[in-house]
Write a protein that binds this ligand. Structure first.
Ligand SMILES: Nc1ncnc2c1ncn2[C@@H]1O[C@H](COP(=O)(O)OP(=O)(O)OP(=O)(O)O)[C@@H](O)[C@H]1O
Ligand SMILES: [Mg+2]
Length: 355
């Protein structure tokens, strides 16, 4: 289960639009998706066709009382196939105060505790945050492994984001877990020079932290929101559907980078794999065991067998199932000697089972 918080303290930058439409596209691709609406404005609840006023209970019941997390499954509503919502309501605005009265450690734990209850019922949990960095947003960050920061391609957007990244950095220190943070340029109008320049600056500033996908300004996204459906259900061929479809593919592929997929509780053992090639000059290995960082934590030996060079990679792995690929002169490849593979989105990785 990947938990992705959608965060930016700036209002109107596309958080809710991203939560609803990325969810729609991931669900259309067959992922089981839960949108957690942490914003008292309840825009993503409305955007998925659910009237918050018509509900007897919502996330407030789950988050307000200790032990309330057991009720998450009761408040979840199905919006469409593969797509559920944990709905918000205006009462959520009272939650910040309530949480502030708790001991420091307990204040930011409520959402994480609730998500533990739904276990592996979902492939993706997308948390739509309010436009501030209060306790609700902290709760989202505490529960998440990944963060998407939608960033409007407009004059002052970058300034605010530096502050936000600083805040996220502080939180990571406090909670002691990694957060993969990525910036998503939104509301892009390529006809204006200003937007093109801002996009170039965003890319230069954030480099690999920036998604390749850019979300263009597209009126069909507003129309879909007004109708309470993801754009895929309203205008499948509109730019907004194409852009969020591309984002979904990128997010699915990034699943490869998510750490912590393999069990690590048992004693690690030495596992040896070999790669043979006549032409390659640099061979590394990357997998879910090393956060997909080529050769991280791996011992390497290089020998020659006639014209063939043999790369031996020595891994320390606990029993479990792992996915990996070789990086041969910078190109990612499956292990040619290993018939076992597994798909992660559209990408096939080699599979290694350690007993
Ligand atoms: N790519 C886009 N093209 C056109 N309109 C968009 C796009 N993205 C968002 N909008 C519109 O801009 C407005 C603000 O977007 P959205 O609600 O997603 O922002 P937000 O960051 O969630 O705002 P808030 O901080 O208030 O929660 C909405 O009316 C939405 O329909
Ligand atoms: Mg919003």
């Amino acid at each position: 289960m990947r938990v992705i918080a959608i965060v930016n303290q700036k209002g109107g930058c596309g958080k809710t639009t991203t939560a609803v439409n990325l969810a729609g596209c991931l669900a259309a691709d067959g992922g089981r998706v839960l949108v957690v609406d942490l914003d008292p404005q309840a825009h993503s609840t409305l955007g998925l066709g659910i009237d918050p006023e018509a509900l007897d209970e919502n996330l407030y019941e789950v988050l307000a009382e200790p032990g309330g997390e057991a009720r998450l499954a009761d408040v979840i509503v199905t919006a469409s196939e593969n797509l559920d919502v944990a709905p918000s309501g205006i009462v959520l605005s009272a939650l910040e105060q309530k949480l502030a009265a708790l001991p420091v450690e307990a204040r930011t734990e409520r959402v994480a505790a609730a998500l533990e209850q739904v276990g592996d019922a979902y492939d993706y949990v997308l948390i739509d945050c309010p436009p501030n960095v209060g306790l609700l947003t902290f709760n989202a960050l505490r529960a998440a492994g990944e963060v998407i920061v939608p960033l409007e391609t407009s004059p002052f957007a970058i300034h605010g984001v530096e502050k936000l990244l600083e805040t996220i950095g502080l939180l990571v220190e406090r909670v002691g877990h990694e957060l993969a943070v990525r910036v998503l340029p939104t509301l892009y109008d390529g006809r204006t020079r200003y937007a093109r320049e801002t996009l170039a600056r965003i890319r230069e500033r954030f480099k690999d932290m920036c998604f390749d996908t850019v979300i263009r300004a597209n009126v069909k996204l507003r129309e879909a929101a007004a109708r309470g459906v993801p754009i895929t259900a309203w205008a499948r061929s509109a730019n907004g559907a194409i852009d969020y479809g591309a984002l979904a593919v990128e997010v699915e592929a990034l699943g490869l980078l998510a750490p912590g997929l393999a069990p690590r509780d048992e004693v690690p053992r030495e596992v040896v794999v070999q790669f043979r090639d006549d032409a390659a000059s640099d061979v590394r290995i990357a997998g879910d065991f090393n956060g997909w960082i080529p050769d991280k934590g791996v011992r390497s030996l290089i020998e020659s067998e006639g014209d063939t060079r043999v790369w031996t990679k020595i891994l320390q792995l606990s029993p479990g199932t792992y996915q990996y690929r070789y990086v041969v002169d910078g190109e990612w490849r499956e292990d040619p000697d290993n018939p076992q593979g597994a798909f992660s989105g559209a990408i096939r990785n080699s599979l290694l089972v350690v007993r």
